[in-house]
Design a protein around this ligand. Structure first.
Ligand code: C5P
Length: 240
């Protein structure tokens, strides 16, 4: 779906960063109709949460499998084939050319969309240097974003601060998915470079991943509704 057509509510992705399936199921029940898109990452996936992808998809929700795959091409392609059958909408892979190429091959014929993680946001230039890289963060992000687009990847996970520059590089054809979002007045937790939902949308983000401000709120449903309303206002649209 072209980014402009995505309903405001469907742009909020809530990560189920919870220790077990029972807590995750309880959170989904509490959030009800306020949230249409969930993210499952390492913590829940490795605690028996992978079958939740199919259950959530069966209940009409969309699921972002944040599994950040990276391995030899054949292993990536076969892994992506399996994820494609799970009902997930988005899957992350690390933005190495061989990995991205294999992932595109593995999802052929399915509706699964691939998101590339360019450079982990916890890395700075000195971390890249220590890992043996010649390029700094911004050059490497830019190079990998171009490669991702050329290889047929559907979107990028990026910090909201990078969104405007990346939009200029990849154009409108790729999704930009941004964590590091905090509504005005919310606790920053351990996020360092944050933006409000409205500013992230204005910077060109298509989807916002917002975790603890929703799942840690006294009233998670009200917190989700407030973020959807802010997204809608930033887009000049109805919440949907
Ligand atoms: O609770 P919070 O809103 O900080 O959660 C953000 C989510 O996005 C977490 O699941 C986290 O792992 C993920 N994420 C992130 N920063 C990145 C990439 C992913 O916070 N650069």
């Amino acid at each position: 779906m072209p980014p402009a057509k995505i309903a405001p509510r469907d742009r909020l992705i809530v990560p189920l960063d919870l220790p077990d399936v029972a807590s995750a199921e309880a959170m989904v029940a509490r959030l009800g109709d306020s949230v249409t898109f969930y993210k499952i990452g390492y913590q829940l996936a490795y605690a028996g949460g992978l079958p939740m992808i199919g259950r959530l998809a069966g209940a009409g929700k969309r699921v972002f499998a944040d599994l950040k795959l990276h391995d030899i091409g054949n292993t990536v392609a076969r892994g992506v084939e399996s994820v494609a059958k799970s009902g997930a909408t988005f899957l992350t892979v690390h933005a190495y050319p061989q990995t991205m190429k294999a992932a595109v091959e593995g999802r052929a014929g399915s509706d699964l969309q691939l998101l590339a993680v360019t450079v982990l946001t916890s890395y700075d230039d000195s971390d890249l240097h220590a890992a043996g890289y010649r390029l700094g963060v911004s050059d490497l992000v830019e190079a990998r974003a171009r490669q991702a687009r050329e290889l047929g990847i559907d979107g990028l996970v990026c910090s909201p601060q990078e969104a405007a520059a990346l939009r200029g590089i990849v154009g409108d054809g790729m999704h930009l998915v941004t964590p590091g979002i905090r509504p005005a007045g919310a606790s920053t937790d351990d996020q360092k470079r944050i933006m409000t939902p409205a500013r992230a949308i204005a910077a060109g983000a298509d989807y916002l991943v917002v975790g603890r401000p929703v799942t840690g709120a006294a009233d998670p449903k009200a917190a989700a509704e407030a973020i959807v309303a802010e997204i809608a206002q930033a887009l000049g649209r109805q919440p949907g």
